[in-house]
Ligand binder design. Structure first.
Ligand SMILES: *Cc1c(COP(=O)(O)O)cnc(C)c1O
Length: 377
Protein backbone atom coordinates (compact mmCIF):
# COMPACT_ATOMS: atom_id res chain seq x y z
CA UNK A 1 0.00 0.00 0.00
CA UNK A 2 1.96 2.96 -1.22
CA UNK A 3 0.29 6.21 -0.31
CA UNK A 4 1.53 9.72 -0.95
CA UNK A 5 3.77 11.05 1.80
CA UNK A 6 1.78 13.00 4.35
CA UNK A 7 3.08 15.37 7.01
CA UNK A 8 1.39 17.87 9.30
CA UNK A 9 2.15 19.78 12.48
CA UNK A 10 0.37 18.39 15.53
CA UNK A 11 -0.04 20.30 18.78
CA UNK A 12 1.32 18.41 21.78
CA UNK A 13 -1.37 19.77 24.12
CA UNK A 14 -4.50 20.38 21.98
CA UNK A 15 -6.23 18.73 19.01
CA UNK A 16 -4.97 21.43 16.65
CA UNK A 17 -3.27 20.46 13.42
CA UNK A 18 -1.45 22.89 11.13
CA UNK A 19 -0.21 22.73 7.58
CA UNK A 20 3.45 21.88 7.25
CA UNK A 21 3.73 24.66 4.66
CA UNK A 22 3.24 27.42 7.26
CA UNK A 23 6.28 29.03 8.88
CA UNK A 24 5.50 27.68 12.38
CA UNK A 25 7.59 26.56 15.31
CA UNK A 26 4.88 26.51 17.99
CA UNK A 27 1.09 26.20 18.22
CA UNK A 28 -1.57 28.88 18.77
CA UNK A 29 -1.07 28.65 22.52
CA UNK A 30 2.70 28.81 22.20
CA UNK A 31 2.87 25.09 22.88
CA UNK A 32 5.27 22.54 21.44
CA UNK A 33 4.54 21.00 18.05
CA UNK A 34 5.35 17.58 16.68
CA UNK A 35 5.12 16.44 13.07
CA UNK A 36 2.72 13.61 12.23
CA UNK A 37 3.97 11.58 9.33
CA UNK A 38 2.87 8.85 6.97
CA UNK A 39 5.12 7.74 4.13
CA UNK A 40 6.67 4.72 2.51
CA UNK A 41 10.44 4.16 2.34
CA UNK A 42 11.56 2.16 -0.73
CA UNK A 43 14.11 0.02 1.09
CA UNK A 44 15.25 -1.82 -2.02
CA UNK A 45 16.40 1.49 -3.59
CA UNK A 46 18.48 2.66 -0.64
CA UNK A 47 21.70 0.88 -1.53
CA UNK A 48 21.91 2.73 -4.86
CA UNK A 49 21.61 6.19 -3.33
CA UNK A 50 24.37 8.67 -2.41
CA UNK A 51 25.86 8.17 1.05
CA UNK A 52 24.16 11.11 2.73
CA UNK A 53 21.36 11.36 5.27
CA UNK A 54 19.14 12.54 2.38
CA UNK A 55 19.05 8.93 1.16
CA UNK A 56 15.96 8.69 3.43
CA UNK A 57 14.32 11.45 1.41
CA UNK A 58 10.78 10.00 1.64
CA UNK A 59 10.97 10.05 5.46
CA UNK A 60 11.95 13.71 5.65
CA UNK A 61 9.00 16.16 5.80
CA UNK A 62 10.14 18.37 2.93
CA UNK A 63 8.00 18.77 -0.19
CA UNK A 64 9.43 16.74 -3.07
CA UNK A 65 11.40 18.69 -5.71
CA UNK A 66 12.47 21.25 -3.06
CA UNK A 67 16.16 22.12 -3.64
CA UNK A 68 18.17 20.81 -0.69
CA UNK A 69 20.40 22.91 1.56
CA UNK A 70 22.95 20.15 1.82
CA UNK A 71 26.66 19.30 1.57
CA UNK A 72 26.06 15.55 1.23
CA UNK A 73 26.33 15.23 5.00
CA UNK A 74 25.57 12.15 7.04
CA UNK A 75 25.72 8.40 6.60
CA UNK A 76 28.62 8.61 9.04
CA UNK A 77 30.79 5.54 9.59
CA UNK A 78 29.79 3.25 12.45
CA UNK A 79 32.97 1.75 13.86
CA UNK A 80 33.14 -1.35 16.05
CA UNK A 81 35.36 -0.25 18.95
CA UNK A 82 36.49 -2.04 22.08
CA UNK A 83 36.39 0.44 24.95
CA UNK A 84 37.16 -0.82 28.43
CA UNK A 85 36.47 -4.47 27.42
CA UNK A 86 33.12 -3.54 25.91
CA UNK A 87 32.30 -3.98 22.25
CA UNK A 88 30.48 -0.86 21.09
CA UNK A 89 29.33 0.40 17.70
CA UNK A 90 30.31 4.06 17.60
CA UNK A 91 28.83 6.43 15.00
CA UNK A 92 31.39 9.04 13.96
CA UNK A 93 29.15 12.07 14.32
CA UNK A 94 32.11 14.38 14.92
CA UNK A 95 32.77 14.14 11.17
CA UNK A 96 29.87 16.38 10.12
CA UNK A 97 30.75 19.63 8.26
CA UNK A 98 30.28 21.85 11.31
CA UNK A 99 31.76 19.30 13.71
CA UNK A 100 28.72 17.72 15.35
CA UNK A 101 25.60 15.73 14.58
CA UNK A 102 23.56 18.96 14.90
CA UNK A 103 24.06 19.26 11.12
CA UNK A 104 21.42 16.53 10.74
CA UNK A 105 18.81 18.88 12.10
CA UNK A 106 20.24 21.98 10.44
CA UNK A 107 20.27 20.63 6.86
CA UNK A 108 16.57 19.68 7.16
CA UNK A 109 15.43 22.78 9.03
CA UNK A 110 17.25 25.22 6.73
CA UNK A 111 15.98 23.38 3.64
CA UNK A 112 12.46 23.98 4.95
CA UNK A 113 13.31 27.63 5.75
CA UNK A 114 14.44 28.21 2.18
CA UNK A 115 11.36 26.41 0.84
CA UNK A 116 9.26 28.84 2.93
CA UNK A 117 11.26 31.73 1.40
CA UNK A 118 12.37 32.82 4.85
CA UNK A 119 14.85 35.69 4.69
CA UNK A 120 16.28 35.60 8.19
CA UNK A 121 16.35 33.21 11.13
CA UNK A 122 17.19 33.47 14.81
CA UNK A 123 18.50 30.75 17.07
CA UNK A 124 19.79 30.53 20.63
CA UNK A 125 22.52 28.12 21.52
CA UNK A 126 25.81 28.39 23.28
CA UNK A 127 27.24 25.62 21.23
CA UNK A 128 27.07 23.30 18.31
CA UNK A 129 23.41 23.92 17.44
CA UNK A 130 24.32 27.57 16.84
CA UNK A 131 27.32 26.53 14.73
CA UNK A 132 25.19 24.14 12.66
CA UNK A 133 22.37 26.63 12.03
CA UNK A 134 24.87 29.38 11.15
CA UNK A 135 26.63 27.01 8.73
CA UNK A 136 23.48 25.93 6.91
CA UNK A 137 22.03 29.45 6.92
CA UNK A 138 25.19 30.54 5.09
CA UNK A 139 24.78 27.69 2.62
CA UNK A 140 21.12 28.70 2.08
CA UNK A 141 22.02 32.42 1.79
CA UNK A 142 19.65 33.19 4.65
CA UNK A 143 20.69 35.76 7.21
CA UNK A 144 21.14 34.39 10.70
CA UNK A 145 21.35 35.83 14.20
CA UNK A 146 22.52 33.67 17.09
CA UNK A 147 21.67 34.76 20.63
CA UNK A 148 24.27 33.63 23.14
CA UNK A 149 24.52 33.52 26.90
CA UNK A 150 27.66 35.13 28.28
CA UNK A 151 29.71 32.01 28.98
CA UNK A 152 29.84 30.68 25.39
CA UNK A 153 33.13 29.13 24.27
CA UNK A 154 35.22 31.34 21.99
CA UNK A 155 35.95 28.77 19.28
CA UNK A 156 32.24 28.23 18.70
CA UNK A 157 31.57 31.97 18.40
CA UNK A 158 34.41 32.22 15.88
CA UNK A 159 32.83 29.46 13.82
CA UNK A 160 29.44 31.19 13.83
CA UNK A 161 31.03 34.51 12.85
CA UNK A 162 32.99 32.87 10.05
CA UNK A 163 29.66 31.69 8.65
CA UNK A 164 28.56 35.33 8.67
CA UNK A 165 26.09 35.02 11.56
CA UNK A 166 25.28 38.06 13.69
CA UNK A 167 26.02 37.45 17.34
CA UNK A 168 23.82 38.90 20.11
CA UNK A 169 25.14 38.46 23.62
CA UNK A 170 22.45 38.36 26.29
CA UNK A 171 23.36 39.09 29.90
CA UNK A 172 21.92 36.82 32.57
CA UNK A 173 20.99 33.16 32.46
CA UNK A 174 20.46 30.69 29.62
CA UNK A 175 16.73 31.26 30.11
CA UNK A 176 17.16 35.04 29.61
CA UNK A 177 18.79 34.24 26.27
CA UNK A 178 15.86 32.01 25.32
CA UNK A 179 13.38 34.77 26.16
CA UNK A 180 15.25 37.37 24.08
CA UNK A 181 15.35 34.96 21.13
CA UNK A 182 11.67 34.15 21.40
CA UNK A 183 10.91 37.85 21.21
CA UNK A 184 13.12 38.34 18.14
CA UNK A 185 11.51 35.27 16.54
CA UNK A 186 8.14 37.08 16.38
CA UNK A 187 9.60 39.16 13.51
CA UNK A 188 11.59 36.36 11.82
CA UNK A 189 11.69 32.56 12.00
CA UNK A 190 12.83 30.53 15.00
CA UNK A 191 15.38 27.96 13.78
CA UNK A 192 15.40 26.36 17.22
CA UNK A 193 16.74 22.86 17.78
CA UNK A 194 14.43 22.64 20.82
CA UNK A 195 11.19 24.13 19.50
CA UNK A 196 11.22 23.55 15.76
CA UNK A 197 10.18 19.94 15.03
CA UNK A 198 11.87 19.97 11.61
CA UNK A 199 15.13 19.68 13.53
CA UNK A 200 14.03 16.35 15.06
CA UNK A 201 13.05 15.06 11.64
CA UNK A 202 16.67 15.64 10.67
CA UNK A 203 18.22 14.05 13.74
CA UNK A 204 15.96 11.01 13.27
CA UNK A 205 18.12 10.03 10.29
CA UNK A 206 20.63 8.80 12.89
CA UNK A 207 18.14 5.98 13.62
CA UNK A 208 17.70 5.14 9.92
CA UNK A 209 21.47 4.98 9.41
CA UNK A 210 22.01 2.72 12.43
CA UNK A 211 19.24 0.43 11.21
CA UNK A 212 20.68 0.26 7.68
CA UNK A 213 24.28 -0.16 8.86
CA UNK A 214 23.30 -3.05 11.13
CA UNK A 215 21.78 -4.83 8.12
CA UNK A 216 18.26 -3.40 8.41
CA UNK A 217 17.95 -4.23 12.10
CA UNK A 218 17.50 -2.34 15.37
CA UNK A 219 20.29 -2.51 17.94
CA UNK A 220 19.37 -3.71 21.42
CA UNK A 221 20.57 -0.52 23.09
CA UNK A 222 21.22 3.07 22.01
CA UNK A 223 23.33 5.14 24.41
CA UNK A 224 22.75 8.82 23.64
CA UNK A 225 23.50 12.24 25.14
CA UNK A 226 20.53 13.79 26.95
CA UNK A 227 20.71 17.58 26.92
CA UNK A 228 17.80 19.01 24.97
CA UNK A 229 17.16 15.57 23.58
CA UNK A 230 17.47 16.18 19.85
CA UNK A 231 18.98 12.70 19.39
CA UNK A 232 16.93 10.96 22.09
CA UNK A 233 13.72 12.22 20.49
CA UNK A 234 15.00 11.92 16.93
CA UNK A 235 15.92 8.27 17.49
CA UNK A 236 12.61 7.54 19.17
CA UNK A 237 10.76 9.05 16.18
CA UNK A 238 12.97 7.22 13.68
CA UNK A 239 12.55 3.79 15.22
CA UNK A 240 8.81 4.34 15.70
CA UNK A 241 8.55 5.04 11.99
CA UNK A 242 10.61 1.95 11.10
CA UNK A 243 8.31 -0.11 13.34
CA UNK A 244 5.20 1.39 11.76
CA UNK A 245 6.49 0.47 8.29
CA UNK A 246 7.28 -3.05 9.46
CA UNK A 247 10.98 -2.54 8.64
CA UNK A 248 12.16 -3.59 12.09
CA UNK A 249 10.61 -5.56 14.90
CA UNK A 250 11.88 -3.71 17.93
CA UNK A 251 12.45 -0.35 19.54
CA UNK A 252 15.97 -0.23 20.99
CA UNK A 253 16.33 0.61 24.67
CA UNK A 254 17.26 4.29 24.78
CA UNK A 255 19.77 5.14 27.51
CA UNK A 256 20.08 8.91 28.05
CA UNK A 257 23.31 10.19 29.59
CA UNK A 258 23.56 13.30 31.76
CA UNK A 259 26.45 14.82 33.68
CA UNK A 260 26.13 14.44 37.44
CA UNK A 261 26.58 18.22 37.71
CA UNK A 262 23.44 18.91 35.65
CA UNK A 263 20.97 16.03 35.78
CA UNK A 264 17.35 17.24 35.81
CA UNK A 265 16.09 14.21 33.88
CA UNK A 266 17.87 11.62 35.98
CA UNK A 267 16.20 13.16 39.03
CA UNK A 268 12.81 13.12 37.31
CA UNK A 269 13.27 9.55 36.09
CA UNK A 270 14.15 8.32 39.57
CA UNK A 271 11.16 10.09 41.10
CA UNK A 272 8.83 8.82 38.38
CA UNK A 273 7.99 12.41 37.43
CA UNK A 274 6.63 13.35 34.01
CA UNK A 275 8.70 16.54 33.69
CA UNK A 276 12.29 17.54 34.32
CA UNK A 277 12.91 18.44 37.96
CA UNK A 278 14.61 21.68 38.99
CA UNK A 279 18.08 20.79 40.23
CA UNK A 280 21.10 22.72 41.40
CA UNK A 281 23.68 22.92 38.68
CA UNK A 282 27.49 22.92 38.76
CA UNK A 283 29.85 23.55 35.83
CA UNK A 284 30.76 20.40 33.89
CA UNK A 285 33.21 19.24 31.23
CA UNK A 286 30.11 18.17 29.31
CA UNK A 287 28.89 21.70 28.59
CA UNK A 288 26.91 20.49 25.54
CA UNK A 289 24.51 18.48 27.69
CA UNK A 290 24.34 20.92 30.62
CA UNK A 291 20.70 21.86 30.07
CA UNK A 292 18.93 22.65 33.35
CA UNK A 293 15.46 23.12 31.83
CA UNK A 294 15.08 21.03 28.67
CA UNK A 295 12.14 22.34 26.66
CA UNK A 296 11.08 18.82 25.62
CA UNK A 297 12.01 17.21 28.95
CA UNK A 298 8.59 15.59 29.36
CA UNK A 299 8.80 14.05 25.91
CA UNK A 300 12.33 12.77 26.62
CA UNK A 301 11.17 11.04 29.80
CA UNK A 302 8.23 9.48 27.98
CA UNK A 303 10.41 8.27 25.08
CA UNK A 304 13.04 6.69 27.33
CA UNK A 305 10.37 4.97 29.46
CA UNK A 306 8.46 3.71 26.44
CA UNK A 307 11.67 2.27 24.98
CA UNK A 308 12.31 0.43 28.29
CA UNK A 309 15.54 2.37 28.59
CA UNK A 310 16.90 4.47 31.40
CA UNK A 311 18.79 7.63 32.31
CA UNK A 312 22.29 7.45 33.78
CA UNK A 313 24.63 10.02 35.29
CA UNK A 314 28.37 10.21 34.83
CA UNK A 315 30.81 12.07 37.08
CA UNK A 316 33.44 14.58 35.98
CA UNK A 317 36.13 11.98 36.66
CA UNK A 318 34.36 9.41 34.49
CA UNK A 319 34.02 11.95 31.66
CA UNK A 320 37.74 12.80 31.80
CA UNK A 321 38.71 9.10 31.92
CA UNK A 322 36.55 8.30 28.90
CA UNK A 323 38.00 11.25 27.01
CA UNK A 324 41.58 10.08 27.65
CA UNK A 325 40.72 6.48 26.77
CA UNK A 326 39.41 7.35 23.31
CA UNK A 327 41.99 10.09 22.70
CA UNK A 328 44.77 7.52 23.22
CA UNK A 329 43.22 5.49 20.42
CA UNK A 330 43.32 8.45 18.04
CA UNK A 331 39.83 9.87 18.36
CA UNK A 332 39.77 13.59 19.09
CA UNK A 333 36.34 14.39 20.49
CA UNK A 334 34.64 17.18 22.37
CA UNK A 335 34.61 16.54 26.15
CA UNK A 336 30.79 16.53 26.01
CA UNK A 337 31.03 13.51 23.72
CA UNK A 338 33.13 11.69 26.31
CA UNK A 339 30.19 11.82 28.73
CA UNK A 340 28.15 9.63 26.39
CA UNK A 341 31.03 7.19 26.00
CA UNK A 342 31.51 7.07 29.78
CA UNK A 343 27.78 6.37 30.04
CA UNK A 344 27.93 3.58 27.46
CA UNK A 345 30.75 1.87 29.38
CA UNK A 346 28.87 2.29 32.65
CA UNK A 347 25.72 0.81 31.16
CA UNK A 348 27.66 -2.21 29.87
CA UNK A 349 29.36 -2.66 33.27
CA UNK A 350 25.96 -2.86 34.94
CA UNK A 351 24.31 -5.01 32.24
CA UNK A 352 26.69 -7.81 31.29
CA UNK A 353 24.45 -9.27 28.59
CA UNK A 354 23.29 -6.10 26.87
CA UNK A 355 23.45 -7.23 23.21
CA UNK A 356 24.26 -4.84 20.37
CA UNK A 357 25.06 -1.41 21.80
CA UNK A 358 25.24 1.64 19.54
CA UNK A 359 26.59 4.98 20.71
CA UNK A 360 28.38 7.94 19.14
CA UNK A 361 31.11 10.52 19.17
CA UNK A 362 28.79 13.54 19.13
CA UNK A 363 31.22 16.39 18.47
CA UNK A 364 34.75 17.11 17.29
CA UNK A 365 37.57 18.01 19.69
CA UNK A 366 38.92 20.84 17.54
CA UNK A 367 36.60 23.46 19.11
CA UNK A 368 37.54 22.56 22.68
CA UNK A 369 41.32 22.91 22.87
CA UNK A 370 41.31 24.90 26.13
CA UNK A 371 39.12 22.44 27.98
CA UNK A 372 41.07 19.49 26.67
CA UNK A 373 44.38 21.05 27.67
CA UNK A 374 43.13 21.28 31.25
CA UNK A 375 42.29 17.57 31.25
CA UNK A 376 45.75 16.66 29.96
CA UNK A 377 47.54 18.54 32.75
C1 LIG B 1 24.06 19.16 21.35
C2 LIG B 1 25.11 18.20 21.75
C3 LIG B 1 24.84 17.16 22.62
C4 LIG B 1 23.52 16.99 23.33
O1 LIG B 1 22.45 16.84 22.52
P1 LIG B 1 20.98 17.25 22.89
O2 LIG B 1 20.28 17.26 21.65
O3 LIG B 1 21.01 18.60 23.55
O4 LIG B 1 20.46 16.21 23.83
C5 LIG B 1 25.85 16.27 22.88
N1 LIG B 1 27.08 16.41 22.36
C6 LIG B 1 27.39 17.41 21.53
C7 LIG B 1 28.77 17.53 21.00
C8 LIG B 1 26.40 18.33 21.19
O5 LIG B 1 26.70 19.33 20.35
Amino acid sequence: MKSLPFFQFASTTTDNRYSIHEPRWCGMQQELLDIEADFYLPVEDLKNRPKSLWRYREAIPIASSTPLVSMQEGFTPMLPLVLGQHHLHVKQEQLFPSGSYKDRGATVLMTQARYLQIKSVVQDSSGNAGCAIATYAALARISCTIFLPEETSEAKIVQMKAANACIERVPGSREDTARATWKAAQQTYYASHCWNPFFLHGTKTFAYEVWEQLGYKSPDVLVLPAGNGTLVLGCFIGFQELLRMGLTDKMPKIVGIQAENCAPLVAAYQQNASHAIAVSVQPTLAEGIAIAEPVRGGQMLAAVRQSQGTFLVVSEAEIAQAFLLVAKQGFYIEPTSAATIAGAMKFCNHNSDCGTVVTLFSGHGLKSGDKILKMLK
